[in-house]
Design a protein around this ligand. Structure first.
Ligand code: ASP
Length: 360
C-alpha cells in the first residue's frame, strides 16, 4: 500500500499524458483543467482493493463560465459555502457514517444554500418556475433513487433516497413524485421559495439573449447561468462508494425538460469501481452517459479513475460542456472539467481539507 505525501498530489501533466495515451484516435483536448488528488496510491482497476479504512469525500457546486474577475467577496462566499458542506461530510465520516448518509446530508446543505443551482437558488425554467432533479446511488448494491421535475420538495435528494428505499422503482417524476412526497412526508415549500433575485435576473438575461439570437442553443451566457448544480461522492470507512447530485437544471429550460442529474449513469453513478457526479450541459451528459462511462472504462478497460474521467470529459464531451468529480474504491479523487472553473472541495481521513474554484 502506498500512501501519498501530506501535500496534495496535483498531477496535471501525468493526467494529460495518460489521457492522450488512452485515446489514440481522439484529438488532444483544447485545454485540460483537470485537478487530481491521489490519496492512497494510483487507482487499481479492481473494486474494493485491500487498503486502509480511510474515508474520502469530494463535493462540487457546479462547473461553467465562472468569472475570474468576480468580486473577491463573491468568490469568498462560494468558498465558505463549500467549506460548510465539506465540514458536514468530514465530521460525519470521522464518526463512521455511511457513504450514502454522507452524500445525502452534504447535498441537503448545498440545496439549502442560495448560491447554488439546487434547492433554494435553483435555476428558473422558461416560465420563471422551478423544476428540480436529483438522484442518489449506493455503489455497494447498485440501489438508486431519483426524482425529476419536482416543484415543492425542499430537499429533492432526500425524496430521491426515499424512492430508493421506499419503492421498487428508480425514478419518479412530476406529479407522481409530488404525490409520493406527500405520502412519505418530506418537507414541502411553495415553488417561489426556491427563487432568488440572482436567478431571476439570469433568466431575464437568458431570455433576452435567446430572443436576440432567435435560437435555443446553449450560448456562453446560458451555460454560465446553469452553473451551480451540486454533487457529492464518498468512499466511507468500510470502502463503500456513493454518489448524489441535485440541480435546478438549465436556466430558461423548456417546461418539462429533464436533464442528466436524475438519470442514473448520465449525471450520477456509483458502483464498486467509482462514484461520479457530473455538472454541465445535461443533454451532452445524457448522450455520452458520462458517469457510467467513467466507471465502465475502469471495469472493462482497466483504466485508472484519472484516465477514465479525462477520456470522457476531455475527449468525448466538447469543451465547456462541464465536468465531474469522482472517487474510486481506493479513495483516489479527481475533478475533471473543461470549463473555466469548477466549485469543488476535497477532504480525507488524513486531514486534507481544501476547496477550489479555478486552481489546478
Ligand atoms: N447538468 C445540469 C442539467 O443539465 C445542469 C448543471 O449541471 O449545471 O440539468
Amino acid at each position: 500500500m502506498r500512501h501519498s505525501s501530506t501535500s496534495p498530489g496535483r498531477r496535471l501533466l501525468p493526467l494529460l499524458l495518460a489521457a492522450a495515451a488512452c485515446s489514440s484516435s481522439a484529438p488532444p483536448p483544447v485545454a485540460n483543467t483537470s485537478w487530481s488528488l491521489t490519496l492512497h496510491g494510483d487507482s487499481a482497476a479492481t473494486p474494493h482493493p485491500v487498503r486502509g479504512p480511510a474515508w474520502a469525500i469530494a463535493i462540487h457546486g457546479g462547473a461553467g463560465t465562472i468569472a475570474r474577475d468576480a468580486p473577491a467577496a463573491e468568490l469568498a462566499a462560494y468558498r465558505t459555502s463549500l467549506e460548510r458542506a465539506l465540514t458536514v461530510g468530514r465530521d460525519m465520516l470521522a464518526k463512521d457514517a455511511t457513504a450514502l448518509d454522507v452524500c445525502e446530508a452534504v447535498v441537503r446543505v448545498l440545496e439549502d444554500d442560495p448560491l447554488f443551482n439546487a434547492g433554494r437558488g435553483a435555476a428558473c425554467n422558461e416560465r420563471g418556475g422551478h423544476e428540480l432533479d436529483a438522484s442518489i446511488m449506493d455503489g455497494a448494491t447498485l440501489r438508486c433513487g431519483a426524482v425529476a421535475g419536482v416543484t415543492t420538495v425542499r430537499h429533492p435528494i432526500s425524496l430521491a433516497r426515499k424512492v430508493m428505499t421506499e419503492t421498487k422503482h428508480v425514478l419518479l417524476m412530476g406529479s407522481g413524485a409530488e404525490e409520493f412526497a406527500t405520502s412519505v412526508g418530506v418537507e414541502r415549500v411553495p415553488n417561489d421559495w426556491f427563487t432568488t433575485e440572482r436567478r431571476r435576473q439570469m433568466l431575464d438575461e437568458v431570455l433576452r439573449e435567446r430572443a436576440a439570437k432567435k435560437t435555443a442553443a446553449a450560448t456562453p451566457l446560458l451555460r454560465a447561468a446553469a452553473c451551480g448544480t451540486v454533487g457529492c461522492v464518498v468512499r466511507d470507512g468500510k470502502g463503500d462508494l456513493a454518489a448524489a447530485t441535485s440541480t435546478g437544471g438549465l436556466t430558461g429550460k423548456k417546461f418539462g425538460r429533464v436533464g442528466d442529474s436524475p438519470i442514473v449513469g448520465a449525471g450520477n453513478y456509483a458502483n464498486r469501481f467509482a462514484a461520479v457526479s457530473g455538472t454541465g450541459t445535461g443533454e451532452q451528459f445524457l448522450r455520452h452517459t458520462v458517469a457510467r462511462s467513467i466507471a465502465a472504462r475502469m471495469e472493462f478497460g482497466g483504466q485508472t479513475l484519472a484516465q477514465a474521467a479525462d477520456a470522457v470529459v476531455m475527449h468525448e464531451l466538447d469543451r465547456d460542456d462541464g465536468g465531474v468529480i469522482a472517487i474510486d474504491g481506493a479513495g483516489n479523487m479527481v475533478a475533471v472539467y473543461s470549463s473555466d472553473g469548477m466549485y469543488r472541495g476535497f477532504a480525507d481521513a488524513d486531514g486534507r481539507f481544501e476547496v477550489a474554484i479555478f486552481e489546478r
